[in-house]
Design a protein. Structure first.
Length: 202
């Protein structure tokens, strides 16, 4: 990839008052490559790095298949890296509908995180009805009980559907978890009390 030379990557031209705290990028489907690249560009501009310094930093922020891809390329110019990065990891608009139809809410995934993941997948859409499209796929992929509740509320927009899902999550799912924990604690207390009673009888 070349050598930086006399200027260390992150000292001579760095802004001492700027703390670099970027999320690492692995190339996973749930990640947003455009947002990651934008953050790298901000870091490059604020820190006043040249191309090689910025490329060194970009490589250090990658994991997994993204890190492997980066190491297999000998980037020396930032513009070439930007173009190649988006070609490799950017979302192909022609595959967006397939990706949305396959995306469902994970077992431990919150409604908000699930909605954000759909927004990320639809980021390249030129469809003027993108909100209606998001609402459709959001409802299709929700957990069954959450979906049943949201449908009874008859939301008319994607944002309303998300808000209703979050309401159910906050007022029903979390309350049920608290009740379950309390029940388990009471059961444990009953077992301990019975054990103590048996010991006293002996």
């Amino acid at each position: 990839m070349g050598t930086v030379g006399a200027n260390p990557p992150f000292s001579a031209h760095s802004n001492a008052n700027f703390s670099l705290q970027l999320k690492r990028f692995s190339g996973a489907s749930k990640e947003n490559p455009e947002a990651h690249l934008r953050q790298l560009k901000y870091a490059k501009e604020i820190s006043k790095w040249d191309d090689l310094q910025a490329l060194c930093y970009a490589g250090l922020q990658m994991d997994g298949k993204a890190a492997e891809w980066f190491s297999n390329n000998n980037f020396t110019r930032w513009e070439a890296f930007e173009k190649a990065f988006l070609e490799r990891f950017g979302l192909d608009p022609s595959k967006m509908l397939t990706a949305l139809s396959r995306r469902v809410q994970g077992k431990d995934e919150s409604v908000k995180d699930y909605a954000d993941a759909l927004r990320t997948l639809a980021r390249c859409s030129s469809n003027k009805h993108v909100e209606a499209m998001l609402q459709h796929f959001f409802l299709e992929g929700l957990k069954e009980k959450v979906r049943e509740f949201v449908l009874t509320r008859r939301p008319t927009t994607f944002e309303q559907a998300v808000a209703e899902g979050e309401y159910y999550e906050d007022h029903f799912l979390k309350r049920n978890k608290k009740i379950g924990r309390a029940h388990r604690l009471n059961s444990s207390h009953t077992v301990i009390s019975y054990a103590v009673f048996c010991l006293k009888k002996k």
